[in-house]
Design a protein around this ligand. Structure first.
Ligand code: URA
Length: 240
């Protein structure tokens, strides 16, 4: 059985953040199997009984959600400036678990975003090594040329790193408005990756939508709506 650090277990049970939990431990408020524990780094397993101020804690059930993120919300659990977050959307609809988003979409980007309280799966999926495919549809300023599409396909230089080979597809062109729509699948997660790829060939992104994350698409959802993942979907994410 896997053992985990006491402060991590406390955080996952919704007691307090890990840092705050360390302080609660140091203050002598935590007992493991009836013994007060003050030192940091103690590991506990599911058979250990943990009490904070005498009250037993229970680990939260893991929950997994797919949100169609609307424009104008922040992809984090809290925002210093008090703006609405993706977590607010789920909480307003009655979700009480301490969930957070797996990765980020920009404030003005819409589309598929996963949220969970399962730290292990979140860390795995966010790790660059796992290379989860993400498909974006971008509306671009200007009409992209074949030559520019080829440049993107081969990888462009952004702030000292070269993007991986991709297969962008030109989906539509609006000659009147001088814009076009391109679909692109990437598995990197660098900051503003898609916007910077198109900016690198001279076409700023006007609108960005993530239509798919791994095998999960947004069928049946409208912006601001979310659904629970099915067990089979969670298992498939674990096996990616
Ligand atoms: N790339 C971006 O530039 N923005 C996003 O929100 C996601 C990927």
């Amino acid at each position: 059985m896997k053992k985990e650090r006491l402060q991590k277990v406390m955080a996952e049970a919704g007691i307090a953040s890990r840092r705050q939990s360390e302080k609660i431990i140091a203050a002598g408020r935590v007992q493991v199997n009836g013994q007060v524990v003050r030192q940091q780094g103690v590991k506990v397993g599911t058979s250990d009984e943990i009490r904070v101020d005498g009250v037993p804690i229970e680990k939260e059930q893991a929950e997994y959600y797919l949100l169609d993120k609307p424009r104008g919300v922040i992809s984090s659990a809290h925002d210093d400036k008090g703006r609405r977050t993706v977590v607010d959307i789920l909480q307003e609809a009655g979700v009480s678990a301490r969930i957070y988003p797996i990765g980020r979409l920009d404030y003005d980007t819409t589309g598929a975003l996963l949220l969970t309280n399962d730290g292990a799966l979140a860390n795995k999926l966010m790790h660059p090594r796992f290379e989860v495919d993400k498909t974006y549809v971008a509306k671009l300023k200007g009409i992209i040329s074949n030559e520019e599409m080829k440049t993107i396909r081969q990888g462009v230089e952004i702030d000292g790193h070269r993007t991986q080979e991709t297969h962008p597809r030109l989906e539509a062109v609006d000659h009147d408005k001088h814009t076009c729509i391109v679909r692109l699948t990437i598995h990197e997660g660098h900051y503003h990756e898609v916007k910077r790829i198109f900016a690198a060939v001279g076409h700023p992104v006007l609108k960005l939508h993530r239509e798919q994350y791994a095998f999960l698409n947004l069928h049946g959802l409208t912006p601001g709506q979310f659904r629970k993942l099915r067990t089979a979907e969670v298992d498939a994410l674990r096996q990616l």
